[in-house]
Every structure is written in C-alpha cells, then in structure tokens.
Design a protein around this ligand. Structure first.
Ligand code: GSH
Length: 249
C-alpha cells in the first residue's frame, strides 16, 4: 500500500484521526497517477513506414503508452518546416519524450530500451552480451536493411504507387539477401534469437522489413532455411507485432 498524507478522510477503516488519515492509493491508481506525471511520448510517422513500425513495436514490447501523430506523407507533410524541426532530414519517424526530440528509428529504440529498462520486455543486455547485441543491430542496419529495403521498394511499394518493378534490381538483391540469410541460418544454430538466447532489439529491428518481404516472392528465401524460418515465425507471432500489423490499412 502506498501512502500520501492529507488532511481529509479517505480511508474509513484507518486507525488515524481524521485530520491525519492517510490517502491510500491502490497500485493501479498509483500507476495511472505516475503515468500522467511522466513526460508524454509522441511518435510522428505513418503506419506504412517500416522505420516508424520499428519504434512502435518497441514501445508495445515495453508496455508504454504513447501518442501516435500521423504524418500525411502523400501531402508532403514530412518536408514542412514544422516536421523538419523534428527531423531535419524530413523522414519519419520523429520521436518526442518531454523536451527530448529524436530521429533515426534505431537510435530511438535504443533510447526507449535503456530509459525504460525496468518496464515490459527486457530488450538489452549487459557487458559482453551487449557488445554482441550491438554487432547484430549493426548487421541488421548495414547488411540486411539495405537489401531488404530495396526489395520492398521494388516488390511492395512500387506496385502500390503504380510504378513498374525493376526485375534486374530484384534479382540482384534476392541473391544478396540469400547470402545474408545464410549467415543468419548459421548464427541461429548458436542461439535461439539473432543476438543471444533471448529476444532483443536486434530481433525487433528486423520485423518491419521481414513482414513486407513475407508478402513477396522473397518469402521462400526465409522458408527454405529452417532456423531462419522458425525465428521468423517466433518473432512475427509476438502480440506486440500483431498490434502493429493490425494498425496497417
Ligand atoms: N534511417 C532512418 C530511415 C527513415 C526513412 O527512410 N523513413 C522513410 C519512411 S520508412 C521516409 O520518411 N521516407 C521519405 C523520404 O525519405 O523523403 C530511420 O531508421 O529512421
């Protein structure tokens, strides 16, 4: 029980005289009070943005409340002065926590995981394990993402915008993705998740691009590698990710 002394009666069974009766708050009401005092978290983005989805899935895993501020990218809202004040590169997502303003999805997820280390799923490690986790976050950003993003642009977004897919770019990047996934298959023989034995930011960072690729011909590149296939099935089945998928139009 948490007490906060006030000078009016609130707890009828209290042994204290009325003027010294404690305000007894349940754990649930204290949480609500604490959350309303805590600085608000805002994510500016589009539900279609893979980079914004990376941040949102992390917030869900950490069980944090946040406000999603929809940016109308079709209307070029991300290039307006108002948005450029949040991200000078004019890209979503942008993130606010009180007076802190951040951009770059992976920097945002790292901030969330460290700042709210005691909330929700622990997505980071300590010492040498953290060093390994950093390696796999870099692998996702520099080996997986460039290839996956190109494939998603050609196979998902170009058709969505009525543009023509460049099959030569698709073939070149499918070959590159196959090589990256061969490394993942070997890594997943050593640990259940991509960086270590438990789910971390490195796994979450992959989710948005993987989800898009599963709706394309690239699906078989994941399915043909048993450990990669099991890992993909595991991380895409997380309730946090299901919530992100459900929010897409
Ligand atoms: N490295 C950035 C990439 C952000 C990014 O490319 N966002 C895309 C949407 S997924 C965007 O805003 N594109 C519009 C543009 O570049 O003008 C991050 O991870 O946050």
């Amino acid at each position: 029980m948490h007490y906060c002394f006030v000078t009016f009666p609130i707890n009828a069974e209290s042994p204290f005289p009325v003027y010294l009766q404690p305000l007894s708050l349940s754990r649930a009401s204290l949480t609500v009070l604490r959350q309303s005092i805590m600085a608000a978290i805002k994510v500016h983005g589009s539900v279609l943005s893979t980079a914004a989805q990376r941040v949102i899935v992390t917030l869900y895993e950490k069980d944090l409340e946040f406000e999603f501020v929809s940016v109308d990218m079709k209307a070029g809202e991300h290039k307006t002065d108002h948005f450029l004040a949040l991200n000078p590169f004019g890209q979503v997502p942008a993130f606010e926590h009180g007076d802190l303003k951040l951009f770059e999805s992976r920097a945002i997820t790292r901030y969330i995981a460290h700042e709210f280390a005691d909330k929700g799923t622990n997505l980071i490690c300590q010492g040498k394990e953290m060093a390994k986790l950093s390696v796999w976050m870099e692998v996702e950003a520099h080996q997986f993402d460039p290839v996956a993003s190109k494939l998603n642009w050609e196979l998902v977004f170009k058709p969505m915008f009525g543009m023509t897919t460049d099959t030569a770019v698709v073939q070149e990047n499918e070959e590159k993705l196959a090589k990256v996934l061969d490394v993942y298959e070997a890594q997943l023989a050593k640990s259940k998740y991509i960086a270590c034995g438990c789910l971390t930011l490195a796994d979450l960072h992959h989710l948005p691009n993987i989800q898009c690729l599963l709706g394309t011909t690239c699906k078989q590149l994941f399915e043909s590698r048993p450990r990669v296939n099991a890992w993909v099935a595991d991380i895409t089945a997380r309730p946090s990710w299901s919530k992100v998928v459900a929010s897409k139009p």
